[in-house]
Design a protein around this ligand. Structure first.
Ligand SMILES: [Zn+2]
Length: 418
């Protein structure tokens, strides 16, 4: 017996980046968690299904965060006068060390997951810490909450304080253990996660690439975030053509599905490789500004046909709500436009697309309300005066710019109300 769910309300989503699709006062039908269609009136064949009537409220796709660090959630907003490499050394590594303690990990990851879900992120690519036991707690917490995620134990075996490093062998064995424990999960799955090239030996990168290929697992890491970091990579890997080549040579650059955070300073050859290997880039505007890395030339990447999604990059980013990342992405694109009039700023629909359908494509069919997509959705609650005065499109634009978890009154993942 199939499970029919009927949602009533105003539906908005972005099938393409250019514009919002708007269905006012309509019925969305989902069957076994997947969208069947949106209808002005409910077809007879679906009568008898469960109805959730949201009246005058907006229903939008759930947010997809392509890059954030669960083990840094507690430090959000702290150390924001530092630049990337100092910030890691002075704040981040010491906090991540605490996640070797399972009790601490469970408590901190529960705070993280509750806030993530409250703010409307229903799918995410998440870095945990280098602790295998701590990362296992994150898998368990996310499973309990119902959030869809790729979770990575952070692999690092060099160039960081000893208290957070593992031997190459321990790092690979811990990763393999998590793959074997969680590889068959439906909603919370493992992802290969070298922290970034500088904290990896060649042996570690090779071992991780081998695991990605053997188990056909996705990969996430950091790429070309900051000029000092890029110079460091050049010094550490003199045989590589560029930063991207360090990953590419080790089967960690699109040989399986790959998302790289930042990619702000890519050489022409690297941009071409990103496109050729169909990589996803995670644009993390808050974090790029907070630790003064730079501004991603998003418009140039989109014009090339490179796939770009959004990341909050907690705790380099200070706000976990992905609508905040949409706004910051638009603002930074306006700054680039002021410097170079040929780079048109991002529109609201483009930013929304990046944070829903584009990012969602990393997880399969999610982030839109087209047929056969998973019904991953948020229901928005406006102030009555706003709801009565403005069109759905204006209301959504207002939510993106000014809304937060208090404006989200229901969340669905795969048709299941959380
Ligand atoms: Zn990051």
């Amino acid at each position: 017996m199939e499970n029919v769910l009927v949602i009533k309300g105003h539906f908005m989503f972005t099938p393409t980046p250019e514009t919002f699709a708007v269905y006012e006062n309509s019925c969305l039908v989902c069957v076994d968690g997947k969208i069947e269609g949106i209808y002005p009136t409910l077809p007879d064949r679906f009568k008898g299904g469960t109805v959730h009537d949201y009246g005058n409220r907006l229903v939008i796709p759930g947010f997809v965060d392509l890059h954030l660090h669960a083990a840094q959630f507690l430090q959000c907003g702290i150390g924001m006068t530092h630049r990337l490499l100092d910030w890691l050394g002075d704040y981040t590594f010491d906090l991540e060390r605490r996640f070797q303690d399972r009790g601490f990990a469970r408590e901190a990851y529960t705070c993280f997951a509750d806030k993530l879900l409250a703010c409307g992120t229903l799918r995410a690519c998440i870095f945990a810490s280098s602790s295998t036991a701590g990362t296992q707690e994150l898998f368990e917490v996310l499973k309990e909450k119902g959030i869809g995620a790729y979770v990575g134990k952070v692999n690092m075996d060099t160039n960081a304080p000893d208290f957070i490093l593992e031997t190459t062998q321990a790092s690979l064995e811990g990763t393999k253990y998590l793959i074997e424990t969680y590889g068959d999960e439906q909603r919370v799955k493992p992802i290969i996660t070298p922290r970034f090239a500088p904290t990896s030996t060649q042996a570690l990168l090779k071992g991780l690439g081998d695991l990605a290929v053997k188990y056909q697992l996705p990969v996430q890491s950091h790429l070309a975030e900051n000029p000092d970091e890029i110079q460091w990579v050049r010094n550490l890997f003199p045989g590589a053509k560029n930063y991207s080549d360090v990953y590419f040579k080790h089967n960690l650059f699109g040989q399986t599905k790959t998302v790289m955070a930042h990619g702000i300073f890519l050489e022409a050859e690297e941009r071409a490789l990103v496109k050729q290997m169909d990589l996803m880039l995670a644009h993390c505007p808050d974090s790029n500004i907070n630790v003064r890395s730079g501004i991603m030339p998003v418009r140039s990447y989109l014009d090339m046909g490179i796939r770009v999604g959004l990341g909050s990059d907690i705790g380099g980013g200070h706000k976990i709500g992905l609508n905040e990342a949409m706004v910051r992405a638009i603002q930074l694109s306006k700054i680039l436009n002021l410097a170079n009039g040929e780079l048109n700023p991002l529109s609201v629909s483009e930013a929304f697309y990046m944070g829903t359908k584009s990012g969602g494509s990393f997880f399969g069919k999610t982030g839109s309300f087209e047929k056969d997509f998973w019904f991953d959705a948020l229901v928005l609650e406006d102030d009555v005066m706003i709801a009565n005065r403005y069109s759905p499109k204006d209301r959504l634009e207002k939510f993106i710019h000014t809304g937060d978890d208090r404006n989200i009154c229901a969340r669905y993942v795969e048709g299941e109300k959380l």
